[in-house]
Design a protein around this ligand. Structure first.
Ligand code: NAG
Ligand code: NAG
Ligand code: NAG
Ligand code: NAG
Ligand code: NAG
Ligand code: NAG
Ligand code: NAG
Ligand code: NAG
Ligand code: NAG
Ligand code: NAG
Ligand code: NAG
Length: 759
C-alpha cells in the first residue's frame, strides 16, 4: 500500500519536473531576448526586452525598465532601476523580487531592542503589487498594519496571538502565531509597521520577535519551528519573493494603438492590464514566438520541425499554423490525433488488419458491457418479480382475471411514490398500529391525503388476507365503505392505499371521550344506521355476498361529518351465492365474536350481525366489549346488556347523557334490537338489512315517554355460561395462536382462534 503510494508520488514528481522544464523553456525561449547590442544576463538572471541591463543605456524600453546589474557582488545582482529592490525573476507579465521583512524584537522586560519597518512606494512606476501576495504577520503578540495606495486607498491589518508554543499548528496561518490577509489588485505602495499588545513580555521565552511581510502566498508555509529560528527574517527574505505586476505605459490598448509609442510589433496581441491602473503588455499571437517588443516582432513558429503530422504524412508550415497531408499512396487527414495516413494498396494490410482487429475487439467489449448491464437489469427485475410473487401478485392477477371489471379502479403505486408520500414512513405519520401492520398518513404528489397500510412481515396466510382485502374492496363501491385507491407490491411488504378518513375510529370516539368532543346520540344513531346499511349492502347487494368477519368499533372510521366508513377487510369472506354458510378457521376479535360461530366454525352473515350488536351496545353504554377489571357480571358487555334488558334496567347501564338526549322509545327500541342481534342462535337474529331499516326508522322518531314493553324470552343461563367460556379463553389466552393483540384502538387488530374443524 505504502509502496504504491510512494511510487505514485515519485511519478507525480517526475511529471511535475518535466512539466516545469517544459514551461520554463517555453517562457524563456519565447521571450528572453535582449535588445541587440545589450547584455542579456546579469548573474543567473536572463533579462529580456523591454527590460535592459544598465542604467541609461537605452537597452530597455524606459528608465523604469533599466536593470542595475551591480557587479560588486559575486555573482552580480540585478536591481530595479536605481532602487534597492533585487530582481529574482522576470516573466512576460511579472517580476519577482527579494522580500523586505519588517521585524520588531523585545527583551525580557518588554523594551524593544530592534525595529525595522518597511515601506515600498511604486507610485509613478510601471509596477504594482500582484494580488497573489499575502500580507503576513508571524509572532505571538504582534499586530501590523499595511497602508497602501493605488487605484484606491487601502488599509488593512493582521493580529497574531498565542499563549503557548503548543497552540501553534504547522501549515495553518489563521491567527494563532501567524496571520494572513489578502491585498487588492493594483496596490502601488505600502508601508508596514509592527506593534505589540504586551511588548512580548508574556511570550518572550519562546518568541522574542514579530515579523510582517508581503509575499507570494504559494511559497510561504508557516512552520512552528519559525519561532525558534533566529534566521527567520533572512530566510524569508531569501525564499519568499514579492510578486510585482508590470505594464507598459499607463494607457489601455485601444488608446495606445493610436499612439506613436505603441510597443506591440507584428504578429503580437495587446493585452490590457487587469490592475485597474491602466497600461498594457504585448503577447505573441498563437503560432508565433519571439519578442513582441523587438523589431521585427513575433516570428512564425516552424511547427514542422518536430513533425506534428503522421509519420507517413507531409507537414506544411503556414504563417501561425501548419497543415498535414499524406504522402502519395496513403490516405487520411495526415494528423497524429486524427485518422493519420493509411496505406491505400499495401501488400500486407497490416493497418487494415489491425484496424479490423481493433474493431472486433471494441465490439466484443461493447457486447460484454451490454451483457453485463442487461444481466444486472434482469436481476433487478427478478427481485421485483420475487416480491411481486411473494406479495401475492400472481394470486391477485388470477383474481382480477376471474373477477373482470372490478379491479381496474385500483391503482398500482410504486414503492418510491409511497415512500415519498409518507416521508419515508416517518414516526409522526403513523395513524395506527395493529396486529397486521401499521397505518401511515401519506400525501401523494397530487396533494391527495391517503392512509397507507403497511403489512408486517408476510407469511402465506397473510398474503391471502391481503389479496382478499384488495379483491373485496375493489369490488365494493359504497359511500360507507372505506375506498381502496390502490396497492403496491414491489416493496418487501405489500402496501395498501386507502382514502384518508380524517376523524379516527368509532372506538376512539366512544372510549376516549376526554379527547374528543361529546358524541351525541343523534350522531351515534346516524353512524349505526350507516354502518348497518353498509354491512347490509355487503351481505346482499354486492355481486357475491361478503361477510366482514371482524365488525367492531375500531373498524368503523369516521370523517368530520360523522359519516361512517367500514374498514379492514383482511378477514372478510366472499360467500358464493348458492351457499349460505362456509366453514372457516374461526377468526375475529374477542368481545365481538359470535359465540355460535366460535363453537361451530360455521360462518354466516349472522356472525356480522352479532358483532354489530356489540357495537350498538358499545354506542349506547359507552362501555368496552370486555372489561377484565370489572365484576364477573359486567365483564362481558354482550351478556351484561342482555341481562339488563331482560331485567328491565337498561336505563341503568346506558350512558347518562344519552338517556337525556335520546327519546325513551328510541332507546328502548335500540336496546331491543341489540338484544335480538346478540341472540345466541344465529337463526333468530335479524338480518343486517332489517337492522339497517330499523335504525333508519328510529332516527326519524321524536321524543316519547319511556314506555315499558314486554320482556323478551331469552336463554340467559346458556348465554352467560357460553360467554363466560369465551371470556375465559380470552383471559387465559392459552389457545390463542397466530395473532397478537396490540391495542384495542388500533385500526386493524385481529385475534385468530384455532378451530376444531378447519376447512
Ligand atoms: C539613448 O537614446 C537617446 C535618443 O534616443 C540618445 O540621445 C542617447 O544618447 C542614447 N544613450 C545611449 C547611452 O546610447
Ligand atoms: C553596488 O552595491 C554596493 C554595495 O551595496 C554599493 O556600494 C554600490 O554603490 C552599488 N553599485 C551600483 C552601481 O549601484
Ligand atoms: C531591556 O532593555 C532595557 C533598555 O534597553 C535595559 O535597560 C534592560 O536592562 C533590558 N533588560 C534585560 C532583561 O535585558
Ligand atoms: C525600558 O527601559 C527603560 C530604561 O532604559 C525603562 O525606563 C522602561 O520602563 C523600560 N520598559 C519599557 C516597557 O519601555
Ligand atoms: C509614494 O510616492 C509618491 C511620489 O513619488 C507620493 O506622492 C506618495 O505619497 C507616496 N506614497 C506613500 C504611501 O508613501
Ligand atoms: C488617498 O488618501 C490621500 C490622503 O492620504 C488622499 O489625498 C487621496 O485622495 C486618497 N485617494 C482616494 C482614491 O481616496
Ligand atoms: C510597551 O512598550 C511601550 C514603549 O516601549 C510602552 O509605552 C507600553 O506601555 C508597553 N506596554 C506594555 C504592556 O508593557
Ligand atoms: C541576516 O542578514 C544580514 C545581512 O545580510 C546579516 O547581517 C545578519 O547577520 C543575518 N542574520 C542572521 C541571523 O543570520
Ligand atoms: C481605454 O481608455 C479610454 C480612456 O481612458 C476609455 O475611454 C476606453 O473605454 C478604454 N478602453 C477600454 C477597452 O478599457
Ligand atoms: C500570451 O500568449 C500565450 C501563448 O502564446 C498564452 O498562453 C498567454 O495566456 C497569453 N497571455 C495573455 C496575458 O494573454
Ligand atoms: C490551424 O489550422 C487548423 C487546421 O489545420 C485549424 O483548425 C486551427 O484553428 C488553426 N489555428 C489557428 C491559430 O489558426
Amino acid at each position: 500500500m505504502k509502496n504504491i503510494f510512494l511510487r505514485a508520488t515519485v511519478i507525480d514528481i517526475l511529471l511535475w519536473i518535466s512539466l516545469a522544464t517544459l514551461f520554463s523553456t517555453s517562457t524563456t525561449a519565447g521571450g528572453a531576448t535582449a535588445k541587440p547590442g545589450c547584455e542579456s544576463k546579469c548573474g543567473e538572471l536572463t533579462v529580456p526586452y523591454p527590460f535592459g541591463i544598465g542604467l541609461g543605456t537605452n537597452c530597455s524600453i524606459g528608465t523604469w525598465f533599466d536593470v542595475n546589474c551591480n557587479t560588486t557582488f559575486d555573482p552580480p545582482k540585478p536591481f530595479i532601476s536605481t532602487g534597492n529592490l533585487e530582481i529574482i525573476d522576470i516573466s512576460n507579465d511579472r517580476l519577482r523580487i527579494k522580500n523586505w521583512v519588517a521585524a520588531a524584537c523585545y527583551n525580557q522586560t518588554g523594551n524593544r531592542t530592534r525595529q525595522n519597518p518597511v515601506a515600498i512606494n511604486f507610485t509613478g512606476t510601471p509596477y504594482s503589487f500582484a494580488d497573489t501576495n499575502k500580507f503576513t504577520v508571524v509572532g505571538c503578540d504582534d499586530l501590523a498594519l499595511i497602508r497602501g495606495s493605488g487605484g484606491r486607498n487601502f488599509t488593512s491589518g493582521c493580529l497574531s496571538l498565542c499563549s503557548e508554543r503548543e497552540d501553534l499548528i504547522d501549515g495553518f496561518c489563521t491567527g494563532i502565531g501567524c496571520c494572513q490577509t489578502s491585498i487588492p489588485k493594483g496596490l502601488t505602495a505600502f508601508s508596514s509597521a509592527l506593534g505589540s499588545l504586551r511588548n512580548h513580555t508574556e511570550v518572550w521565552s519562546f518568541d522574542p520577535c514579530g515579523y510582517a511581510f508581503l509575499g507570494d502566498e504559494d511559497v510561504f508555509k508557516f512552520r512552528t519551528s519559525d519561532f525558534s529560528d533566529e534566521n527567520f527574517q533572512n530566510r524569508t527574505i531569501e525564499n519568499v519573493p514579492m510578486v510585482i505586476d508590470w505594464v507598459i505605459g499607463s494607457q489601455n490598448c485601444s488608446e495606445a494603438k493610436k499612439s506613436v509609442e505603441y510597443a506591440c510589433l507584428q504578429n503580437s496581441d495587446c493585452v490590457d492590464s487587469d490592475t485597474g491602473l491602466g497600461g498594457y503588455r504585448c503577447n505573441c499571437s498563437t503560432g508565433y514566438e519571439g519578442s513582441p517588443y523587438l523589431s521585427p516582432g513575433c516570428t512564425d513558429i516552424d511547427e514542422c520541425k518536430n513533425n506534428p503530422c503522421d509519420e507517413n504524412g507531409i507537414c506544411t508550415n503556414t504563417p501561425g499554423n501548419f497543415s498535414c497531408s499524406c504522402k502519395r499512396g496513403y490516405a487520411g487527414d495526415g494528423t497524429k490525433e486524427g485518422h493519420g495516413c493509411i496505406a491505400e494498396n499495401s501488400q500486407f494490410p497490416v493497418i487494415k488488419f489491425s484496424l479490423g482487429f481493433s474493431t472486433v475487439f471494441v465490439s466484443i467489449i461493447i457486447a460484454m458491457t451490454l451483457l453485463y448491464f442487461s444481466i444486472k437489469r434482469r436481476k433487478l427485475v427478478r427481485m421485483r418479480e420475487k416480491f411481486f410473487h411473494q406479495n401475492g401478485g400472481m394470486l391477485l392477477k388470477q383474481q382480477i382475471t376471474s373477477n373482470e371489471g372490478g379491479v381496474e379502479s385500483a391503482k398500482i403505486f410504486s414503492a418510491e411514490e409511497l415512500e415519498k408520500a409518507t416521508n419515508n414512513y416517518a414516526e409522526d405519520q403513523i395513524l395506527g398500529r395493529g396486529g397486521y401492520g401499521t397505518v401511515y398518513k401519506g400525501i401523494l404528489s397530487d396533494e391527495r391525503i391517503v392512509a397507507i397500510k403497511k403489512s408486517r412481515i408476510m407469511d402465506q396466510s397473510q398474503i391471502e388476507q391481503f389479496i382478499n382485502e384488495v379483491i373485496i374492496l375493489t369490488q365494493v363501491n359504497h359511500r360507507n365503505v372505506v375506498k381502496l385507491l390502490g396497492c403496491c407490491l414491489e416493496a418487501e411488504v405489500p402496501l395498501l392505499v386507502y382514502e384518508y378518513v380524517s376523524n379516527g375510529t368509532l372506538f376512539h370516539h366512544i372510549h376516549n371521550s376526554g379527547e374528543k368532543p361529546w358524541f351525541s346520540w343523534e350522531n351515534r344513531l346516524k353512524i349505526a344506521a350507516e354502518a348497518a346499511g353498509a354491512l347490509s349492502y355487503l351481505h346482499s347487494a354486492a355481486s357475491m355476498p361478503i361477510i366482514h368477519r371482524d365488525v367492531k368499533s375500531s373498524n368503523i372510521l369516521l370523517d368530520n361529518m360523522y359519516t361512517s366508513k367500514i374498514s379492514d377487510f383482511g378477514a372478510s369472506r366472499l360467500v358464493p351465492l348458492d351457499q349460505t354458510q362456509v366453514t372457516t378457521l374461526v377468526q375475529g376479535t374477542l368481545g365481538y365474536l359470535d359465540p355460535e360461530y366460535f363453537h361451530t366454525s360455521q360462518l354466516t352473515e349472522k356472525s356480522d350481525v352479532y358483532s354489530f350488536g356489540v357495537v350498538l351496545a358499545e354506542l349506547m353504554t359507552g362501555k368496552k366489549p370486555l372489561s377484565p377489571t370489572k365484576s364477573e357480571e359486567e365483564r362481558n358487555l354482550a351478556t351484561y346488556f342482555i341481562m339488563s334488558v331482560k331485567e328491565n334496567r337498561l336505563f341503568k347501564i346506558l350512558e347518562p347523557r344519552i338517556l337525556r338526549e335520546g327519546t325513551l322509545q328510541q332507546l328502548q327500541a335500540v336496546g331491543e334490537l341489540v338484544k335480538r342481534c346478540l341472540n345466541l342462535k344465529s337463526d333468530e337474529r335479524p338480518t343486517m338489512k332489517e337492522v339497517a331499516m330499523e335504525l333508519e326508522g328510529l332516527r326519524k322518531l321524536t321524543k316519547h315517554p319511556w314506555d315499558q314493553q314486554g320482556n323478551p324470552e331469552e336463554n340467559i343461563a346458556l348465554l352467560s355460561e357460553q360467554s363466560t367460556d369465551l371470556y375465559d379463553i380470552t383471559i387465559t389466552g392459552q389457545e390463542i395462536t397466530t395473532e397478537t393483540y396490540s391495542g384495542q384502538d388500533s385500526l386493524f387488530s385481529h385475534v385468530i382462534f384455532p378451530s376444531n374443524n378447519p376447512r
